[in-house]
Each structure stands twice: as structure tokens, then as C-alpha cells.
Write a protein of this length. Structure first.
Length: 568
């Protein structure tokens, strides 16, 4: 039975290795080896566009603006200009070509790859393509309306949010095209990463018009600079609707036309998600919208460009001389869970905890409450692990008591195995008799620990995903809990505590198992040299508390702590 307990632990460890390998494959752009994501073959976007005037699909590049097409590749305007606007948290760059938001620099978040510089989320340059676009689609074949390629004029006004002012307005006005003029007004707010975007569609012609208003995010599919090879985070588009909830889509699935998301809704948003940051278009609830994602060629020199997540909102007929106004919300900033949840229900899901969300969200709430008291994310992590260990105290105590009993009878087991090594059946009978006489349950040390595994995995994802920890100092040399320890002190301490914990456990009777019990922790510890310092701190705290509890329980039970050193 002792071997059965170890076998269960090896199965858990092996399954963890399988999951790590699977995520490594996905991280490197390959298909998942063991757990591929099921997706159904989506209809081609061109089929959707040709099926009805208000279809969600967006066809391949076109030379002229057709009745239901969003233009993709056109000659860039030569008379456009860039308009820079600055708030207290962001520096925004608008392009008069389409009045698009083409650059967002986050003033409160430093770029770890370029020390001294701020993170640039949206960008339209030779190195990156990541922009926000809106425009109109005509329902009349051959009639062109203002799109994200139409050069607009910007109205005069302030470009810097002044002290004492909480809002700033930037208005762009298109020329009349197809009898329609489009006026876009961006309202940025102090301390906020979301902005209100108002579209005024003015019918200047003599006939009714029934346009469609589209909102889209366009991004290249290249990996983020400095992304770790030892853990993978999602980068790509996502959609949220009330019916299907949160759905994220891999760039590879878009390229293969295997997008399986809800195509029509009256709620939700589309987003582009990356580690710590996200952008999203949010339309008013009750407003009909069609949803599509596709790969497009915009003429960029980037290796993997580009992918598009689009919302198309059909509008009611606008009579001559009348104006239809549509107000949407655009967000581009950090994944601050509390602020995202307050902005729109479900927007906080861009901070993706995966299948352990039900556990991870309460853990983040508790971590956030601790930080509001301690004012230090590092000590808050330590305090959270202490609370968790306290909550699981009796489970851990039961496990360590069982391990202490196993350790006490281990000499008898070893002697019996040596004496009966040529008689396996008799060995099993004698072993069961020893367990029964000593009232030892070999599985007693395994199950309580296994119950806690999901909680600590959820905490792992909380620490990996929380942007508030980014650039947050702890003590001394740790200036950023989201970055690896620059001097590898924490990983070395973590390795030592792991080895100490291994030494305190009963030595397996099988020599090969005994060697593996030491090799595996060493191999696993290597990964922590490249993990964020906050994650390593959490693991060290957990190890130290586990060692202390195990030591105290052994002493109470009269089993002197012994260090079972490896014999190679």
C-alpha cells in the first residue's frame, strides 16, 4: 500500500508534466499534443457576407467599397495627419484617416523590455500592428460610405487633459460620401482607460439610407516580446455574449477558418487579449450586432499579419436631413479586475483564470483585501498563503500524521522487504498486517494534499494574471514581482526548501524510487529560475509553512525528524 500511495503521487506528477508539455506545444505555435481544443468548421466570411446585406462576415480584400464590405487593403492616404491626446494615464494617437485610434501608450505601466519607457498597447508601426477601427457599410451596391479609410478633419480643441478638468472631447468629421456624413466624437476621462465613442450618422442626401456601423480590432499574430518559454498566457481575440459567455479564439484557428463563436447577439463585446492588458469594443445592450473573426492582409511587412475581430451593427433607416447617433465604449488598458467588472459585466473575464475561475476570483478578492491593509503585494502574497495553510491546517495535519506513522514503521517495512524479497505474495501479506496492527493508512498522506491541489493551482493563475503585481516591489532587490529574480536568490531558496521537504519525507524502500524522489524536485526547481518572483515567493512560503507543520507534528508524535539524504 505504501507503493500505491507513491504511485498515486507519481500519477499526479506525471499528469502535471503532460499538461506542461501540452502548454509548451501551444506556446510554440503547435497543435496541442494531448488536449486539442475542439472547434467546428466555420463558414467562410465571404459566404456570410454574400448571404444577406447584414451578414457578419467580412470578405477578402476588395478594390472598391461594396455594399456589404469593410475595406481591407487600400492605398494609404497621403494627406492624413496624426493627432496626439494626453490624459493622466494614457497618451493617445488618432489618425485622421478614418479617425482611428492607432496608438495607446500607458503612462502608469513601464515596458519591462525597454526600461524607462512606457508600455505601448495599440500601435501602427513597422514592428507592430494593433489598431481600433470603425466605419459604415452601405446597403446599396456600388455606393461608398465613410469607412475607416476615409480621411476626416479634426475639429479644433484642447489636446491635453488639464488640471481640474475630468473630460476631453476629440471630434472628427468626414466629407459627405454616398449622401452620408460620419462624425466621430471620442470622450476621454481622467483616471480611466475606457472612452465613450459617439458616432453621428448624418443623412445629407435625398433618399433614405440604411447603413451598418462596424467596430473592429485589427492585430498582428506575433508573440509578445519577452514572453516566457516556461509558462504560456493567451494572446488573441475573444468575444463575450450573454448566451455563450466568454469565448477566446486562437490565431491559428482563425487562419484555418475554424472559428466557433456566437455569430449574432444583442449583448457583449469583442476584445483583443494579451498578458496583463486588453482592448475591447462594447456596444449598448439590446443593440443587434453580428460577430466575425477573420485573417486579413493589410499590406504589412510583418510575418503574421493580421487578424480582425469585428462587430457589425445594422441600423434603422435614416431619413434625409436626419441624424442617427450610436454611442459605444472602447477600452484599452490593464486587466484591473475590479475596474473591468464595474465597466461592463463579464469584461473582467479577459483576465483569464481558465477552468479554475470559480476558485481564482475569491482568491484574488482576498489578495486584494490583504493588499489594501498591508500596502505591499509581496507581503500580501505571504499573508494569503499563511491564511490558506491555516484553513487547510487539519487536512495537512492528518496528512503529516500519516506520514509520521509511515516514517516510524519504515525500518520494519524495509527489514521485511529485504527478508521476503523472494516471496512477493508473503511480503504483501506481512505489509498489510503491519499497517493493520499499527493503524496506518498508506493513503492518508496523499488524499488531503490532493484535495488542496486545485486551490493552489488557482492561486498560481491569480499571481500569474494579476497586472497589479506588475512592477510592484517587495523588499530589497525585488523591484518587480512579475519579473524573475534578477539575482536568482528566491529560486535558490525555493530549491533548498523543496529539497529539505523531500529529506523529511520517508525514504521509499525501492532504490530507484528513492533516487527519483530527489531528481524530480531538482528538475522541477530549474523552471522556477525563470518564473516571476511573486510565484516563487508564494511557493517558498508554502514550502516553509509545510516544513514547519511537518516538523512539529513529527515531534509531537515522538518521531524525531530525520533527514533522508539521497544515495546515488
Amino acid at each position: 500500500m505504501n507503493d500505491i500511495r507513491r504511485t498515486v503521487l507519481w500519477v499526479i506528477f506525471g499528469f502535471s508534466m503532460v499538461l506542461l508539455w501540452d502548454q509548451w506545444q501551444v506556446h510554440n505555435g503547435n497543435k496541442a499534443t494531448f488536449f486539442p481544443t475542439p472547434s467546428q468548421q466555420a463558414k467562410l466570411a465571404t459566404d456570410a457576407a454574400s448571404a444577406a446585406p447584414q451578414a457578419a462576415g467580412v470578405p477578402a480584400p476588395v478594390a472598391a467599397q461594396g455594399a456589404t464590405s469593410v475595406p481591407v487593403v487600400e492605398t494609404r492616404a497621403t494627406n492624413k495627419e496624426l493627432v496626439q491626446v494626453e490624459t493622466d494615464v494614457a497618451k493617445l494617437t488618432f489618425d485622421t484617416e478614418g479617425a482611428n485610434l492607432v496608438r495607446v501608450e500607458l503612462l502608469k505601466h513601464e515596458d519591462e523590455q525597454k526600461p524607462g519607457n512606457n508600455i505601448v498597447l495599440l500601435d501602427d508601426s513597422k514592428e507592430r500592428v494593433y489598431t481600433s477601427q470603425t466605419g459604415l457599410i452601405s446597403s446599396t451596391p456600388g455606393v461608398a460610405l465613410p469607412t475607416h479609410k476615409t480621411v476626416m478633419t479634426v475639429r479644433p480643441g484642447p489636446r491635453h487633459l488639464k488640471e481640474g478638468s475630468n473630460e476631453l472631447f476629440i471630434t472628427f468629421e468626414s466629407p459627405v460620401q454616398g449622401g452620408v456624413k460620419l462624425v466621430k466624437t471620442y470622450t476621454v476621462k481622467r483616471g480611466a482607460y475606457d472612452m465613450v465613442v459617439k458616432h453621428d450618422i448624418v443623412n445629407s442626401g435625398a433618399q433614405d439610407v440604411t447603413p451598418q456601423l462596424y467596430f473592429q480590432l485589427v492585430r498582428d499574430g506575433n508573440k509578445l516580446a519577452g514572453e516566457s518559454s516556461f509558462y504560456s498566457t493567451f494572446t488573441g481575440p475573444a468575444v463575450y455574449t450573454e448566451a455563450q459567455k466568454y469565448q477566446k479564439v486562437e490565431f491559428a484557428d482563425i487562419k484555418k477558418k475554424k472559428v466557433d463563436v456566437e455569430k449574432q447577439s444583442t449583448t457583449g463585446y469583442v476584445a483583443m487579449v494579451q498578458h496583463y492588458f486588453a482592448s475591447a469594443w462594447i456596444l449598448p445592450d439590446g443593440m443587434s450586432r453580428n460577430i466575425s473573426m477573420d485573417a486579413v492582409d493589410i499590406g504589412s511587412t510583418l510575418a503574421d499579419c493580421c487578424y480582425r475581430a469585428t462587430l457589425i451593427a445594422p441600423l434603422e433607416a435614416i431619413k434625409p436631413g436626419q441624424t442617427k447617433s450610436v454611442t459605444a465604449t472602447f477600452y484599452a488598458g490593464p486587466q484591473e479586475e475590479n475596474k473591468l467588472e464595474a465597466l461592463y459585466p463579464g469584461l473582467d473575464l479577459v483576465k483569464d483564470y481558465g477552468w479554475l475561475t470559480i476558485m481564482a476570483k475569491p482568491l484574488f478578492w482576498l489578495l486584494d483585501q490583504l493588499n489594501s491593509i498591508l500596502k505591499n503585494w509581496g507581503w500580501s502574497i505571504v499573508a494569503l498563503v499563511v491564511l490558506l495553510k491555516a484553513g487547510f491546517y487539519w487536512l495537512n495535519a492528518h496528512a503529516y500524521q500519516s506520514m509520521a506513522k509511515m516514517k516510524a514503521i519504515n525500518p520494519r517495512i524495509m527489514e521485511m522487504r529485504e527478508r521476503l524479497k523472494d516471496n512477493p505474495q508473503q511480503m504483501q501479506v506481512e505489509m498489510m498486517k503491519i499497517y493493520r496492527d499499527e493503524k496506518v493508512n498508506p493513503m492518508g498522506g496523499c488524499l488531503p494534499i490532493a484535495i488542496q491541489i486545485p486551490v493552489f493551482i488557482a492561486l498560481y493563475w491569480v499571481l500569474l494574471s494579476t497586472v497589479e503585481i506588475r512592477n510592484a516591489p517587495w523588499v530589497g532587490w525585488i523591484h518587480d514581482l512579475s519579473a524573475p529574480d534578477p539575482y536568482f536568490i528566491l529560486p535558490l531558496v525555493m530549491t533548498l526548501t523543496t529539497l529539505l521537504q523531500t529529506a523529511l519525507n520517508p525514504a521509499p524502500p525501492d532504490p530507484m524510487q528513492a533516487k527519483l524522489m530527489w531528481i524530480m524536485p531538482l528538475a522541477f526547481s530549474v523552471m522556477f529560475f525563470f518564473f516571476p518572483a511573486g510565484l516563487v515567493l508564494y511557493w517558498i512560503t508554502n514550502n516553509v509553512l509545510s516544513i514547519a507543520q511537518q516538523w512539529i507534528i513529527n515531534v509531537r508524535m515522538g518521531v524525531p525528524p530525520q533527514f533522508n539524504l539521497p544515495k546515488f
